[in-house]
Design a protein around this ligand. Structure first.
Ligand code: SIN
Length: 273
């Protein structure tokens, strides 16, 4: 296969053209992974794949990570069906976040496959966390370089009854996780500003929530500056994969009265130091 990467914005993201995801050999996968490391989020249009083929492709990157609260498909428990029905108000993933940062081993990457998309709306935003870190002043870099964050998923806190109704009872409650606020990427070694929204990244370790809030608020606003982002318009059969070690994302909730169905697999990541 002859692959071509077409950048989506100045900050990140690329369409990969020329791949049939049902049949990827080792060399093609190595080329796709190199494009992922360069652009943080890659996507492929017009792919017609079954859940088993999606799972086989995802396994090229590693072992699936089971979400403690989201149920999987009956025949493929590794795949979460992310559904928003016309009558629903809430959208899954509607805040800037990196996946499963509330666990000690946050997801390495996430694969999302569009099954049914609204006529308009339902795009996903992505943000480059390398750029978020690199664009801080030297003073801020020095101030936050050794800080760690406390992260926790609380099924009830700030979640609507509609969303809580879609969550399953976990085998054991989520344990809090501490992560470096400046995290080196496991493969490239480049530092990223590693942060999530306020219901996950609660406070700086050693500070109260109140004390941490001004700094975390600033860093959250900074990390989502438009010039660090790209926006993916989904079409049926679009498959995206993003690197949670250097990318945050947010699903846009702007398609009320329409239906959107996505198949999502997350890959187990490494323990942060
Ligand atoms: C997610 O946060 O993984 C969902 C993203 C989306 O549905 O666009």
């Amino acid at each position: 296969m002859k692959l071509e990467a077409v950048p989506l914005s100045g900050a990140m993201g690329a369409e990969v053209c020329g791949a049939d995801l049902r049949q990827i050999d080792d060399n093609t996968f190595a080329a796709i992974h190199a494009i992922l490391l360069k652009y943080g989020m890659i996507f492929f249009r017009d792919q017609d794949i079954t859940p088993s083929q999606q799972l086989n492709l995802a396994r090229r990157w590693g072992e699936p990570h089971f979400h403690p609260y989201m149920p999987g498909l009956p025949d493929h428990p590794e795949i979460i069906e992310v559904v928003k029905n016309p009558e629903d108000n809430h959208t899954f993933g509607g805040n800037w976040h990196t996946d499963q940062m509330f666990t000690p081993t946050p997801a390495m990457g996430t694969m999302l496959y569009a099954k049914e998309v609204p006529a308009t709306g339902g795009d996903t935003m992505f943000g480059n966390l390398y750029l978020a870190y690199e664009s801080l002043s030297n003073g801020m870099k020095a101030a936050i370089g050794d800080l760690r964050t406390f992260n926790l998923y609380d099924k009830k806190k700030g979640r609507s009854a509609e969303m809580r109704g879609k969550l399953k009872q976990p085998e054991k409650p989520a344990e809090p996780a501490e992560h470096p606020l400046v995290r080196p990427h496991g493969e490239t070694g480049r530092p990223v500003l590693y942060i999530s929204y306020e219901r996950i990244t609660r406070h700086i370790v050693g500070m109260t929530e109140e004390e941490s809030l001004p700094l975390l608020d600033y860093l959250r606003r900074h990390s989502t500056r438009p010039e660090f982002t790209c926006r993916l318009r989904w079409t049926p059969g679009t498959l995206a994969f993003w690197d949670n070690r250097c990318v945050q994302h947010m699903a846009l909730n702007d398609y009320h009265g329409q239906r959107r169905v996505m198949h999502r697999i997350t890959l187990r990541g490494e323990r942060t130091s």
